[in-house]
Ligand binder design. Structure first.
Ligand SMILES: [Zn+2]
Length: 423
């Protein structure tokens, strides 16, 4: 483990640890952070002294992405969620903008070190050691993506290899030449590299890669996607979850029984997205405890999760998200009255080895969502069999069609496979 004492703290001690961190955050940030003051003062919390119990914490309002976006629009360019004067900040990143206006986020030296610390849990959880060579096929631009993972690998003493600015065949060649043992990328990109290797006649099983870590999409938590990555690369594939606004909060241990939430650095709540009341399954709400320069408190992630608070065989006392992130709440489709996440569609599609890529077309037909799944399968696929798998797996009939080979887009970062037809 990366931090055995913290990762195995008895629950009561863990809660006490969190409480002390919440109080410290409030004491440091509340005096100078205008965003936090505006958020918290209606709840009667104007200083750390006003936080006496967890009930006081539960009175703090939730924060939504829209509030951060509006704040930055009203106070360009960085908004008011700043605890320190601008000169204290050393890095800027912004969200990918897949769901609306990009958000900018500033880091202090301390918060950037904190990101690397959080990635220590992720990397060690998967079994990465100082002897590993960790490859990051990532563009290293404004999007935070795997920047922090790179810092985390370096901080751990591993060899961190930047794989930016190159096409996929070159990246594969680098991995071979430099002897990469760990690959960190989105699940979609790991599968795309499988395709590229096949086209070039390169046997991935001959590469020294022994494990992969994936984020940016639910993929590695979807059994058929994980199985496919593991088989093609000859690795164990690990899931990880993080967000620009929050940090790197979720990781898998070698037991792979769901995503542990790093509760030494984050407070996790799960709520009914409509009522806001605590629920075993619903929207994940997170508070980060180590990013004092620009914190996020009770932040509504928009991710649907199922909480599992049973003790993990690995010995960690941190709670888990069963099956990882189940999907984005705003990505949920309602097909003839049945709620379907794109991840459930992917779970079915990825069972068919012939399919390299797919797309989910959504269109309205008489006020109802209708879905058509396009399959890009250069080696061929049994379309009726996929249709039957949907019927058995999801309980609904979904139209399936073959797309021309290699016609659908491939993805290095977050895949956008759901296409809404407007007509
Ligand atoms: Zn575990």
């Amino acid at each position: 483990m990366y931090a055995r004492r913290l990762e195995t703290l008895p629950r009561e001690a863990l809660r006490a640890h969190q409480w002390q961190r919440v109080r410290a955050l409030a004491a440091e940030a509340l005096a100078s952070n205008a965003f936090l003051r505006r958020q918290w003062s209606p709840a009667g919390v104007c200083s750390a002294e006003d936080l006496q119990t967890w009930d006081d914490f539960a009175r703090l309002p939730f924060t939504s992405k829209a509030e951060f976006v509006e704040d930055q629009a009203a106070h360009p360019f960085f908004g008011t969620n700043l605890t320190y004067p601008l000169e204290r900040y050393v890095r800027v990143h912004q969200t990918s903008g897949t769901s609306g206006t990009p958000l900018r986020w500033l880091e202090t030296q301390e918060s950037w070190d904190w990101w690397a610390h959080c990635w220590g849990f992720v990397l060690r959880g998967a079994g990465v050691t100082a002897a590993d060579r960790v490859f990051f096929p990532f563009s290293f631009g404004l999007f935070i993506g795997f920047w922090a993972g790179f810092e985390g690998a370096r901080a751990l003493g591993a060899l961190a290899i930047p794989g930016g600015g190159q096409d996929s065949p070159t990246r594969l060649a680098w991995m071979e030449t430099l002897g990469a043992t760990v690959l960190v990328c989105t699940p979609s990109y790991a599968l795309h590299l499988v395709e590229v290797a096949r086209e070039r006649g390169l046997d991935l099983l001959k590469l020294p890669v022994r494990l992969t870590i994936h984020a940016g999409e639910p993929g590695a938590g979807i059994p058929s996607v994980r199985a496919r990555i593991e088989e093609a690369w000859g690795v164990r594939a690990f899931d990880h979850a993080g967000m620009t606004e929050i940090g790197a909060y979720g990781y898998e241990c070698v037991e792979q029984t769901g995503l542990h939430i790093n509760e030494s650095e984050f407070i996790a709540e799960v709520i009914d997205p409509t009522s806001g009341a605590p629920a075993p399954e619903g929207e994940l709400v997170l508070t980060n405890l180590g990013r004092v320069g620009s914190p996020a408190v009770r932040y509504r992630t928009g991710d649907r999760v199922r909480l599992d608070d049973r003790r993990c065989p690995c010995g960690r006392t941190f709670v888990r998200l069963a099956g990882g992130i189940l999907g984005r709440l705003d990505d949920m489709l309602i097909v003839r009255g049945v709620n379907v996440f794109p991840s459930a569609i992917e779970e079915v599609v990825r069972r068919f080895p012939g399919v390299d890529e797919f797309q989910i077309e959504v269109f309205r037909r008489e006020e109802l969502d209708e879905v058509r799944v396009l399959l890009d399968a250069p080696q061929g696929v049994d379309v009726p069999a996929v249709q039957e798998a949907f019927r058995l797996g999801l309980g609904i009939r979904i139209e399936v069609a073959a797309a021309p080979p290699r016609s659908l887009p491939r993805y290095e970062l977050k895949a956008r496979r759901v296409v809404r037809q407007t007509t």
